[in-house]
Each structure stands twice: as C-alpha cells, then as structure tokens.
Design a protein around this ligand. Structure first.
Ligand SMILES: Cc1cc2nc3c(=O)[nH]c(=O)nc-3n(C[C@H](O)[C@H](O)[C@H](O)COP(=O)(O)O)c2cc1C
Length: 365
C-alpha cells in the first residue's frame, strides 16, 4: 500500500511547489475563463456509479488493445508539448515512465526531444500527434514517425487558430523550448511552433487541414489515423465516412477553446455516432480510477491523461510518471471490484447514472 503521494492531487500539489511559477501556470491554465477546464472535472463528478455486489470479482483483467496494440490498462499518456518545462529529461522520462507501466504514450509534434530520441527511450507503444505546420513539414513528420516505429498518427483537429492563456499573458511567460522534431530544419519559430500563443513566442499561422485533405494525409502513410479533439456527432459522422480509425474525444484540457461541455459529456453522442466503426477514446479531466470506469462504461476504449503526466515528471521524472499511472491503475482496479466487473473490455452504460439531458440528441440540434 502506497502512503505518499496517495492520489494524483498529491502529485499536483507537490508539482506546484517544485516548479517555477510560470511553468506551473502554463501547464495548469485553461483558455479564457477556464470554464471548460473546470467543467471537464465537474462533468465527471456529475456521473455517479451503480455498483454491483455478490459477484466473483477476485480476478480482474485491466488489459486491453488500442488499434491492435496491447496495453496493460486502458490509461494512456496524452500528447503534450514541452515536457522539459517539468523535467530536464522531458519526453524521454515520460516515455520511460509509460513503458514501466506498460502503456502507450502519444508524442506531441511540439516535443522538446525528437521523435527518434523518444522512440529510442520507449519500451511501450507510441503514437505520433500531428500538428499540421504546412504540407512539406507534415509529410516529413509522418514519414519519420512511421520510420521510427510509431503505431498511429493522431491528428489534432481542435486548434484552427492559436490561442493564448490569459494567465500566461499576465505572467509575461517566456517559453524557452527547443522543438526537437525540427532541430535539423533550420526554420523560423513562426513556421514550426505551436498553438499556445505566449508572449515572445511567434506561433505558426498555417491554415489548418480540412476534411477534403484527410485523404492526402492518409495517402502519406499506412499507419492508422486518429482524430483528436472531435466534439460532435456531426463531425464524427464525417470522420467515420472518411475512414478514420480512431477518435480521441477531447477538449484539449480546456486549453484552446473555452465554453464547451466537458469531454465526458460529449462521449455518449460520439460513441453513438461512430457506430462501432472507429475506436473512441477520451481525455480531459481524468484524475481518478473511477473516471476511467465511467468513460469505459460510456463506450470509450481507453482514456488519456495530460496535466497529470507533468505532475509526475516534476515530482520524480520517469518514476513520477510511472507513479501517477500506477495510482490510477490501483484505483481503477478497486473500482472495478466495487462495480462487480472483471474485464475493462466489458463495461456497459448501466454502470453509471447518466444525468438527465446527457446523451445523443439531447444537446445536438
Ligand atoms: C502543457 C500541455 C501541453 C499540451 N500540448 C498538446 C499538444 O502539443 N498537442 C495536443 O494535441 N494536445 C496537447 N495538450 C492537450 C492534451 O493532449 C490533453 O488533451 C489534455 O491535457 C487532457 O486534459 P487533462 O490535462 O485534464 O488531462 C497539452 C496539454 C498540456 C497540459
């Protein structure tokens, strides 16, 4: 039994203590009023569990597959830029931590270490998260990811324009970050850098990809394609018709666009619209093993964590990332027992009380 940290919030509190204030704020912040960031959590809290007892639950199987890759539990690492904000070993440490927990890591286009360096450090499966920074750069990144053994491309679709976080503006946050994937490219920052508009950081204004260009993207690679950030049934229908393999339902942790529902609230609508033709995952606000049960009961195949990976990194590097993942594993395992469940692949909607007004058709026009 682990005594300290006892839960993810302990990691969060320690990370806040050890990180420089402005780095902490960049990781923690959401867009504008941070309504969506809060709602990611409150929506999870609005969902309650329906436990089942007197069942044989001593053997519980947490393993699953994502796009055919075996992982030891349905909890993955979400893609996030600049892990060196939290630890000098950055994404290398995260990859090691994910590998220790035998799960999958998604690596951001905006990582500090290059995708080749990270694949060298990883022992678990990797997906490459793609930000489109122009046709030539996308082609180059996708080819390199395939070459380096990444198992899927996850295109982030929910950042059509860069966006600042107001707390970063107030802090005059100076982002010092090498973008490892572009080290050899010799391009100006304004062509390659991110979606987080911070003072003194020139961000790319490349026009985003459109539905019409997905075929072009698919033509670059034989890797499966996941769309990250889909939030409506309407877009899910188009995604499935376009032949995407996976959908990661996400609000980007509320970091880019404010005033949407929490990700878990969107999940039922998207699961229904996908009609089993694409795997569906969810991130944004996952902090407890019970959140994982809720997400899987509503049809997600797996969840991913964003900010908590930084908390783990800040506290103890690779060991910290591993620690965060293992706390979630323990909580998930216990919650499964309390819900009378023996396999994470079999969770059904009747395990949760769904608040009135949630679900397909109740919100969408
Ligand atoms: C510091 C930070 C950087 C991020 N960078 C990216 C990124 O480069 N690409 C991306 O698709 N999502 C990025 N995200 C969003 C995460 O992938 C994920 O959607 C989000 O963090 C999940 O919410 P959570 O933080 O509540 O777990 C970032 C998140 C954080 C906290």
């Amino acid at each position: 039994m682990r005594l300290d940290p006892i839960n993810l919030y302990d990691y969060e509190a320690r990370a806040k203590q050890v990180l420089p204030h402005n780095n902490w704020t960049f990781i923690d912040a959401g867009a504008m009023d941070e309504f969506t960031t809060r709602r990611n959590r409150s929506a999870f809290e609005d969902l309650t569990l329906r436990p089942r007892f007197l069942r044989a639950v001593e053997n519980r199987d947490l393993t699953t597959t994502v796009l055919g890759e075996e992982i030891s539990m349905p909890i993955m690492i979400a893609p996030a830029g600049s892990h060196m904000l939290a630890h000098p070993e950055g994404e290398l440490a995260t990859a090691r931590g994910a590998g220790m927990s035998d799960t999958l890591m998604m690596l951001s286009t905006s990582s500090n270490y290059s995708l080749e360096e990270v694949s060298g450090a990883a022992s678990g499966p990797l997906w490459f998260q793609l930000y489109h920074r122009g046709y030539d750069l996308t082609e180059m990144l996708v080819h390199r990811a395939e070459e380096a053994g990444f198992k899927a491309i996850a295109l982030t679709v929910d950042t059509p324009a860069p966006s600042p976080k107001e707390r970063d503006l107030r802090n005059r946050f100076q982002r010092v970050a090498e973008l490892g994937n572009f080290r050899a490219e010799n391009r100006p920052e304004s062509e390659i850098s991110g979606t987080d508009e911070t003072p003194s950081f020139e961000v790319s204004r490349t026009a985003p990809l459109t539905w019409q260009e997905l075929e072009w993207l698919r033509g670059l690679t034989s890797l499966p394609l996941v769309l990250k950030g889909i939030r409506t049934a309407e877009d899910t229908h188009i995604a499935v018709e376009s032949g995407v393999d996976g959908i990661l339902v996400s609000t980007h942790g509320g970091r880019q666009m404010d005033m949407t529902m929490g990700a878990i609230e969107m999940l039922p609508e998207i699961v229904e619209a996908s009609k089993g033709q694409a795997e569906v995952y969810v991130d944004s606000g996952v902090r407890r093993g019970s959140d994982v049960v809720k997400a899987l009961a509503l049809g997600a195949r797996a969840v991913a964590i964003g900010r908590p990976l930084f908390w783990g990194l800040a506290v103890d590097g690779a060991e910290g990332v591993h620690g965060v993942l293992e706390l979630l594993r323990e909580e998930l395992d216990r919650c499964m027992a309390y819900c009378g469940q023996t396999s994470v692949r079999d969770l059904e909607p009747n395990l949760v009380n769904i608040p009135y007004g949630w679900g397909p058709g109740t919100m969408a026009p």
